[in-house]
Design a protein around this ligand. Structure first.
Ligand SMILES: [Zn+2]
Length: 141
């Protein structure tokens, strides 16, 4: 999604002010993929099922959510929770409002997703290997 650079910067500053700790808590590609699917199932259950979904991890750069013939998210390896919830929030808001905007509604959705991660103890996936199976079960799809 292309946004005027100064607006994007302002949005990211606000985001880090509000949800700071989420941006320094990282998880593995594998866990991130499971978390993304759980978040989408809960917050965007009607997201097009028939289109091919792509959740990819590469490099250490930026993340991007997209919606078209295919839809999905590209993440850097071992993404942080702030980035995970930001990109999932784009898809959730696209389903709700048909927009990819960086606005207050996106901040609200990010907050909901982060709260859900906290409630479900997904945070621990960033730190404690033993708890991973307890929290996620044997779900791998
Ligand atoms: Zn964004």
């Amino acid at each position: 999604m292309t946004v005027k650079p100064h607006l994007r910067l302002k949005f990211y500053e606000k985001e880090r002010q509000l949800f700071g700790k989420a941006y320094s808590l990282y998880t593995s590609d594998h866990n991130a993929e499971i978390i993304v699917k759980k978040l989408l199932r809960h917050f965007a259950p009607k997201l097009p099922q028939k289109r091919w979904m792509e959740i990819r991890f590469y490099g250490n750069g930026g993340a991007r959510a997209f919606m078209g013939w295919t839809w999905g998210i590209r993440f850097p390896h071992n993404p942080d929770f702030g980035t995970i919830c930001h990109e999932v929030a784009h898809l959730v808001n696209y389903e709700k409002y048909g927009k990819f905007r960086h606005d207050k509604r996106l901040l609200r959705t990010i907050k909901q997703l982060l709260d859900y991660c906290e409630k479900k103890s997904f945070w621990h996936l960033g730190t404690t290997a033993i708890q991973i199976e307890e929290i996620l079960g044997d779900e791998t799809s």
